[in-house]
Write a protein of this length. Structure first.
Lengths: 288, 279
């Protein structure tokens, strides 16, 4: 490259170039951060205003100040840590099992016609049954209450992961299989080097979805069975007329859900480096 | 005539291939016979939609002839095999592998050479096609021309007996295309394998070919076969030689005849025959 360019003047005046140095303020308050913060703040402001002016039945709902007060008290107690950690463990347990079973099954269904015909109809019957419907059976079946809530989470997470894995395999371009075949790849090799990486982006979408549904299921499960857990705490707060604590429980679930989906995004970005490469080059072309 | 060291002679014997839908049968190839000589670069040219990709698929083993035989060195084709490599119209580089890993895919899948040998050859080939600085980039980070070159390298590292190129440079701009043709020729002239190159561009066809096969419109047969006796190694200046212009004029004339026939026939729509053939 360098020797092709002969027209650059030998001496370059620094004043020919104006470098825009990012200011200290613009580093902290970039537009994205401002907008993100505004988005969260506006939620609290709107909520506060609705409660404060008692619009419609919002008089009955605890306001931000009360919620904060109760929240601080709750977080100082042992209860909070038990609730939060047990809920998280149940969700992660159920989710992990769902991944371990749904991903291999989905890969096989997407790839192997016989396996697909063998399993898919049964799974299609089970699919519309919501995780919550399993609660009574789960309580009956599992001697251990942790297992029954984790099972509900498992059921909730299972199908989004399974279906996305199947779609991921089905959407792999036929030319990739053909190319692999004529490069001398045998079925086993094709499975590990085409099917698995080809389906990964879709699997990661499924995992993110599944994680969200696992949280949903956990709350429902805990409301009915259990002595600890965020869902249990919310229901207890309702029955004991500690209304602000309900909202505290909801906020904590929101934050933990956000945390777990960030974790998934972090892990999958590691597993799918080519995706990162794509988004980076896209970002570049947009900012240019 | 054919050097006995060379392998990869492809023979089409009365090959018929039709695509059947529920009610109609469209004949794509009709008693098509020709020979692709081993160790030569044969270019297949014809109007678009004349079944050139079908010929590639038949040789690669992705499709089977309905009648007739496709023979490689006397043996009928039985499914895809690493002896017959296809470079696709749209790039089929694996997006999850870097440029380098894509090239290493074949050798690592077949284990015909050690990792070290493969590594050396991969680096060597990628440098030859001008991708030495892009080894660890993902396909999505490369330009269209770079992807095609990476694909060439990925195919050629396996030393296929027959190399099948299905309009590999389609959709590239004129400059890149010219460059690709030169890269390609350089690699072919070194490899001495049998190459079949499909295109619909006359200039490209004559510039590359040892032998030019001109197809008729659907249903396809061989209309004409021309030996292109331009000197090798071919360089761009060939395009201005008198012989090149003569060959081009000749090819154009033959193709024009076909184009006229095609436009006359288009009134009758596609050759769709009620499938009375099927009982």
């Amino acid at each position: 490259m360098k020797n092709q360019i002969n027209t650059i003047p030998e001496k370059i005046n620094e004043s020919d170039f104006v470098f825009e140095r990012p200011s200290f303020l613009s580093k902290i308050f970039n537009l994205k951060m401002v907008l993100n913060t505004a988005s969260v703040l506006s939620l609290f402001v709107i909520w506060g205003l609705l409660v404060n002016f008692g619009i419609y039945r919002f008089v009955l709902i605890p306001g931000p100040a009360e919620v904060l007060e109760w929240g601080i008290k709750w977080m100082g107690s042992k209860d909070f840590w038990m609730d939060a950690s047990l809920s998280t463990l149940r969700v992660l347990g159920g989710f992990t099992f769902a991944c371990l079973i749904a991903i291999p099954t989905g890969l096989m269904i997407g790839w192997n016609k016989i396996f697909s015909d063998l399993t898919f109809p049964t799974l299609e019957i089970l699919r519309p049954i919501p995780g919550i419907a399993y609660i009574p059976i789960a309580i009956l079946f599992f001697p251990w209450e942790e297992a029954s809530v984790a099972f509900i989470c498992f059921v909730g997470a299972f199908f989004p992961i399974l279906l996305n894995t199947i779609t991921g395999v089905k959407l792999i371009d036929r030319d990739y299989f053909r190319a692999a075949q004529c490069l001398g790849s045998k079925p086993r090799h094709i499975f590990w080097h085409i099917v698995v990486p080809g389906a990964l982006p879709s699997i990661s979408t499924g995992a993110a979805l599944g994680m969200g549904i696992a949280w949903m299921a956990s709350v429902a499960g805990e409301m009915i069975s259990g002595k600890w857990g965020l869902g249990y705490r919310i229901w207890e707060a309702y029955t004991l007329i500690r209304y602000p604590l309900i909202v505290d429980g909801m906020i904590v679930i929101g934050l933990l859900g956000l945390g777990s989906s960030t974790l998934i995004r972090f892990i999958t970005l590691r597993l799918i480096p080519w995706r990162k490469a794509i988004t980076e080059s896209l970002d570049e072309s947009i900012t240019k | 005539m054919v050097d006995s060291n060379h392998k990869g002679e492809v023979v089409f014997e009365n090959v018929t291939r039709a695509v059947q839908t529920k009610k109609t049968e469209t004949i794509i190839l009709d008693h098509c016979s020709f020979v692709i000589e081993s160790g030569k670069l044969t270019v297949l040219i014809g109007p678009s939609g004349c079944g050139k990709t079908t010929i590639i698929n038949l040789i690669a083993g992705y499709e089977k002839p309905d009648r007739g035989k496709v023979l490689i060195d006397g043996k009928p084709v039985a499914g895809p095999d690493r002896e017959r490599l296809v470079a696709f119209q749209e790039t089929a580089l694996f997006p999850w592998l870097t440029c380098y890993d894509n090239v290493m895919f074949g050798p690592l899948a077949t284990k015909v050479m050690t990792r070290e040998e493969a590594h050396e050859q991969a680096i060597n080939l990628l440098e030859k096609v001008g991708l030495g600085d892009f080894l660890y980039k993902y396909p999505m980070q490369l330009s269209g021309g770079m992807m095609r070159r990476a694909e060439l390298a990925r195919a050629l590292i396996n030393r296929p007996t027959v190399m099948l190129m299905d309009e590999p440079f389609r959709g590239l701009d004129a400059m890149t295309r010219e460059l690709m043709q030169e890269y390609y020729l350089r690699l072919v002239e070194e490899s001495h394998g049998t190459h079949l190159f499909v295109t619909s561009e006359i200039e490209e066809a004559i510039f590359l070919a040892d032998r030019l096969i001109i197809m008729t419109n659907k249903p396809s047969r061989v209309k004409h076969a021309l030996d292109i006796d331009l000197p090798r190694p071919r360089i761009a200046s060939v395009l201005r030689s008198k012989r090149y212009l003569e060959l081009k004029a000749l090819t154009l004339e033959i193709l024009h005849e076909e184009a006229v026939k095609a436009s006359m026939a288009s009134g009758k729509a596609d050759i769709a025959i009620d499938s009375g053939l099927r009982t």
